[in-house]
Design a protein around this ligand. Structure first.
Ligand code: PFF
Length: 441
């Protein structure tokens, strides 16, 4: 059977952007940036995205597009037998991420419900924080939402590559973008908003620590879906006419803009209403209802916001599931339906642990982190950077001619920056990531 392809070039970009733009940009970026003090963190994040991010995005997409294989097969073909191990680690990483990602995806559904019943339409920070904390600590309720989110993810994947993913991505992402702009305007016109803006934008480089740099790097990998083969998988469905650098640039640009705008949306609210900037994973969930409470039609905007956040999360979770499932299809010729069901159940079970570790199991920790924190840290700050090193080495050293060929335009000309990309993948990217990792061990 011919391998599936994206319906159009735009379809490819939208689907890849749908994978990248998700909870990373809107849920994780604001709280990690706030925990790390804002300004300087933003600068470091942007520098990493504009160097490592863009290079590795081009590298991953090209690896997929030139081999037409998902990660394991792609690494094997370009690097040889042993390299397929990197692909296996990527698949494992996708598995780990989706297990806790689905828990947070479940929170978005719960917050749609809470917005509909109106229970969170208040600007009282203590109430909003307590509501969130007691919800995620509940041993039962979040698990139902987690199950619903995982089930929906599986349903989309079962609908197939194009129909499932492309259709959902298109319109709703534009709506999300517009809504975020509206919310920024509302936030910025509240008294005291300027303190939030300044904290977010004014860098204080004296506060930079190795921890901050690795957090920024991990966040970049996570929010751009890099380092675990997701963009290899998506690239493998790209048609021959797709010019990878344009797609890669669009995806990076779009995701970075959404990260930035999310910061601009959340930071003012922290200061206007007096939330704790280091509130952690609840930050977007607790601050935004306060903003809605100050808007006419606030309840409607609340429902819309959490619905669009849910959709953004779903297009990302679908890509994670796709990495895991297409591995079994491509490597072992197992049926898509059965693998989707089996993997969903296994990831759901691990996610139960992650969810409970925020409540009844919160005392079980390793290196001061609960299971949720461990899954997050290991995937974003260890496995994905490792995957980044490996894909850079593969592209820079082992398979450059194949990649250069794929990056050559249809008229035979090569982009002027091609040697730069080669040098970056050969030397700078692996060394840079390695140094950041080592600093933290
Ligand atoms: N980039 C997604 C987000 O920011 O929500 C998360 C993600 C999706 C990470 C797919 C990795 C991945 F392969």
């Amino acid at each position: 059977m011919a391998r599936a392809e994206w319906g159009s070039r735009l379809g490819f970009i939208l689907a890849a952007a749908g994978s990248a733009v998700g909870l990373g940009a809107i849920w994780k970026f604001p709280y990690v940036a706030a925990q790390n003090g804002g300004g300087a963190f933003l600068v470091i994040f942007l520098v990493i995205v504009c160097t490592l991010g863009i290079s590795l995005m081009i590298a991953e997409m090209s690896v997929g597009a030139s081999t037409r294989r998902s990660p394991v097969g792609a690494y094997r073909r370009l690097g040889g037998k042993w390299w397929s191990g990197v692909g296996y680690i990527g698949v494992l990483c996708g598995f780990l991420i989706l297990s806790f990602y689905s828990v947070v995806g479940g929170w978005t559904i719960a917050y749609i419900v809470k917005s509909i019943d109106g229970s969170i339409l208040t600007s009282n920070p203590a109430f909003l924080s307590t509501t969130f904390d007691s919800f995620i600590a509940d041993p039962v309720l979040p698990l139902w939402y987690h199950a619903a989110f995982m089930g929906l993810t599986a349903a989309v994947v079962l609908a197939g590559v194009q129909k499932g993913i492309e259709q959902v991505s298109k319109y709703l992402m534009v709506m999300l973008f517009l809504l975020v702009l509206v919310l920024i305007v509302r936030g910025l016109t509240l008294p005291g908003a300027i303190d939030g803006v300044l904290t977010f934008l004014q860098p204080d480089f004296s506060k930079v620590t190795p921890v901050m740099v690795i957090e920024a790097m991990g966040l970049a990998f996570f929010s751009m879906s890099l380092g675990m083969g997701c963009m290899i998988t998506y690239g493998s469905y790209a048609s021959d006419e797709t010019y990878i650098p344009n797609s890669a640039g669009s995806v990076i640009g779009l995701t970075t803009i959404i990260c930035f705008l999310s910061g601009l949306m959340v930071f003012p609210a922290i200061f206007v209403f007096g939330f704790d900037p280091s509130a952690g994973p609840g930050l977007t969930f607790i601050t935004m209802p306060a903003v809605f409470s100050q808007m006419s039609g606030g309840q409607f905007f609340g429902i819309l916001f959490f619905f669009l956040l849910f959709v953004a999360a779903l297009t990302s979770s679908v890509s994670l599931m796709e990495v895991v499932v297409s591995f079994f299809i491509d490597e072992f010729h197992l049926p898509r339906t059965a693998m989707t069901v089996v993997m969903s159940i296994l990831m759901f079970v691990l996610g139960i642990g992650a969810s409970l570790s925020l409540g009844v199991w919160k005392d079980y920790t390793l290196f001061g982190k609960n299971l949720f924190g461990i899954l997050d840290y290991v995937s974003s700050n260890l496995i994905m950077p490792f995957g980044g090193i490996m894909v850079a080495i593969l592209v820079g050293w082992k398979s450059w001619p194949v990649i250069a060929d794929r990056l050559t335009r249809a008229d035979g000309t090569q982009p002027v920056w091609l040697p730069l990309l080669k040098g970056f993948c050969r030397y700078i990217a692996p060394v840079l990531i390695f140094v950041i990792l080592i600093q933290n061990l």
